[in-house]
Design a protein around this ligand. Structure first.
Ligand code: FES
Length: 117
């Protein structure tokens, strides 16, 4: 494990999100209903930022471009490129499904730590 301190806990209140860059990673940190998450800030489809991704009450992250849906806890694909209609289906056939990278998170000494191994 390679825990890296990324942010003060107070900097990520419930309902907020922040992009954090480390030497090797561009992360999106989210506080969803009091639970902290760290994911790669890059959609597995075309690598666009997920900073403005919609977050559902169920904890699904929806890419703002083609609306692929990822489970925030596991990164698993729930829906792959559903948008726009018809064109999305064609894009989905050209691009293999890829899960979103998620990283373990812990809090310690007032800071958020992410395991980047
Ligand atoms: S860029 Fe995210 S689904 Fe296409």
């Amino acid at each position: 494990m390679s825990w890296t301190k990324v942010l003060a806990v107070d900097s990520l209140p419930v309902g907020s999100r922040q992009v954090v860059k480390t030497d090797d990673h561009n992360l999106l940190l989210l506080n969803h209903q009091g639970q902290l998450y760290a994911v790669k800030n890059s959609c597995p489809h075309l690598k666009i930022s997920l900073k403005k991704a919609k977050l559902t009450d169920e904890g699904d992250l929806v890419c703002p471009m083609h609306r692929s849906v990822f489970d925030l806890k596991t990164g698993a694909v729930k829906t792959w490129i559903p948008w726009p209609p018809v064109v999305g289906k064609a894009l989905a056939m050209l691009s293999q499904e890829k899960a979103l990278a998620v990283f373990p998170v812990k809090t310690e000494e007032g800071s958020i730590w992410v395991d980047l191994t």
